[in-house]
Design a protein around this ligand. Structure first.
Ligand SMILES: [Zn+2]
Length: 165
């Protein structure tokens, strides 16, 4: 994706207040992120571990979503879980349940959408082999990295559609 500025990111959020968007802790060194390898940008708030964010391009515009992280405390250390965006399997808390408040009236009523995702939201890097999941058993697939990235992006889009539906 194209490199994003702080302004791009803060104005992209669709499911949080202007104040929350302003206070969101952004990744450090935005300019140095591996943008060429990112199908979307996801990160944990450096100042608030229970918060995470996701920004993706959808139909030419940026869509940002604020997420709440529910730690997988009930999951045993050895259990494997899979990220529903990139299908990478992790052990030991490498996957976390993340919930997004829905937009509009459902959101005002407290409705959320939740999915199990890579806890660091670094899906594009796992897909390209630039980051390795702890204890991961790589699913033997015949897809190329580009095909996996396209599938992950489609999964992200489907998630965004649920948030805004
Ligand atoms: Zn992932």
């Amino acid at each position: 994706m194209r490199p994003l500025t702080e302004h791009d990111i803060r104005t992209s959020f669709i499911n949080c207040s202007k104040g929350e968007a302003k206070r969101a802790g952004l990744p450090r060194d935005l300019a140095d992120l591996p943008w060429d390898d990112l199908d979307f940008l996801g990160w944990r708030d450096p100042g608030a571990p229970e918060r995470a964010y996701l920004v993706a391009e959808a139909d030419g515009s940026l869509v940002g979503v604020a997420l709440r992280v529910t730690s997988g405390a009930s999951r045993s250390f050895t259990a494997r879980s899979m990220c529903s965006f990139c299908l990478t399997t992790h052990t030991g808390g490498g996957v976390a349940l993340m919930t997004a408040r829905r937009t509009g009236e459902p959101g005002r009523q407290g409705n959320t959408v939740g999915q199990y995702l890579c806890a660091d939201l670094a899906c594009p890097l796992y897909l390209r082999g630039k980051k390795e999941a702890a204890g991961a058993g790589v699913v033997d697939e015949s897809l190329t990295p580009a095909e996996k990235a396209a599938r992950a992006h489609a999964n992200v889009r489907a998630f965004l559609d649920k948030v805004t539906a």
